[in-house]
Write a protein that binds this ligand. Structure first.
Ligand code: DP6
Length: 322
């Protein structure tokens, strides 16, 4: 009753923010993302009769009680389908990127956990069912199950809210340059942020225009049309942060270097460089460009004040189970 899985985090081009069902993590809008090949989480799960409680080790350290509780609640969903419903598990998870780097790890964490735990439990889930399961742990984890460029259809039930691949990882050599500007732990995590989304007077406008943006973005990816892609990705990120800044209490994730990078990207684009930015629930900035432009953009980015580290990633595969 042991299995191991490896999953990559993903960067959303069209973002998920706000749930229609909090308990089931059914989102208000569909979203679109790319898996990040260079970053990964490897997780092994073993269900054992001799354990009194679930045991969670992350990057060699015993996890916090909050993390154990989130993982135990997730394992309970799997245990409900097992014959031996009382079996506790030992979960060992290793990231190849520092947890404190401000790079969201819940997507790769819950995608790897869903795949490893369901296999260890003897469940034989197809990709959609696995994506639904991962979603219960963290919404964005649903998108780390399929390969490459991925769409998560919002759906309206536990069974039809899952992600699927719209193009494989080798479809388009996009590069994500992640500019880490702060390693501080974010003050308000995504799960709390989703709860606040509805308090913003512009969340409805963001959500009601979302399908239009997603279709433009999907078409741009399929046609490898970078300028259309860049425009819609930045619009979607700006709308997300507008909602965050206008919720109550409001969320302002940006730090001075975040804004400095955004301004530089606009400047570089006016000079003819093909690059755009997108930002999640934190101060770090993801710069997206095509592979041939990545070296020059990375060099320019290195010179911006406040950039601590840059992670560079190509499109990544879906989850793999051993
Ligand atoms: C801003 O998937 O981290 O990165 O479901 O509560 O775990 P939970 O939230 P999470 O939210 C991701 C928010 C985002 C946008 C995105 O990735 O789509």
């Amino acid at each position: 009753m042991q299995a191991t899985a490896i999953a990559h985090p993903n960067i959303a081009f069209i973002k998920y923010w706000g749930n229609r069902d909090e308990a089931l993590r059914i989102p208000l809008n569909s979203s679109l993302s790319m898996n990040l090949d260079a970053l990964s989480t490897t997780t092994s799960v073993e269900f054992r009769a001799d354990l009194q409680q679930d045991d969670l080790v992350i990057d060699g350290l015993n996890a916090s009680p909050d993390a154990v509780q989130r993982v135990s609640a997730f394992l309970d969903i799997i245990r409900a389908s097992m014959q031996e419903k009382d079996l506790k598990a030992i979960v060992i998870s290793q990231n190849n990127f520092p947890m404190g780097a401000g790079i969201a790890s819940s997507a790769s964490a819950f995608a790897a956990l869903a795949a490893a735990a369901s296999k260890a439990a003897g469940l034989d889930l197809d990709e959609a069912a696995l994506s639904c399961l991962a979603r219960r742990g963290s919404g964005s984890a649903s998108r780390s199950i399929p390969d490459g460029f991925v769409e998560w259809q919002a759906g309206n039930s536990d069974e039809n809210s899952y992600a699927f691949s719209i193009a494989p990882a080798d479809h388009w050599q996009l590069v994500d340059l992640i500019a880490v500007v702060s390693r501080a732990h974010k003050p308000v995590g995504s799960s709390t942020g989703h709860l606040l989304a509805a308090t913003s007077p512009i969340q409805n406008a963001r959500v009601s225009d979302c399908q239009r943006r997603l279709e433009i973005c999907r078409r741009a990816i399929l046609k490898k049309d970078f300028s259309t892609f860049a425009e819609i990705v930045e619009l979607d990120s700006n709308l997300l942060h507008a909602v965050m800044m206008t919720s109550s209490p409001n969320l302002l994730y940006w730090e001075p270097p975040t804004i400095a990078i955004m301004k530089k990207v606009l400047e570089w684009r006016l000079q003819g460089l093909r690059v755009c930015y997108t930002i999640d629930a934190g101060p770090n900035v993801h710069l997206l460009c095509q592979v041939e432009d990545a070296p020059s953009i990375e060099k320019l980015l290195q010179a911006v004040n406040g950039v601590e580290t840059i992670y560079r990633s190509n499109p990544g595969r879906g989850v793999q189970v051993f």
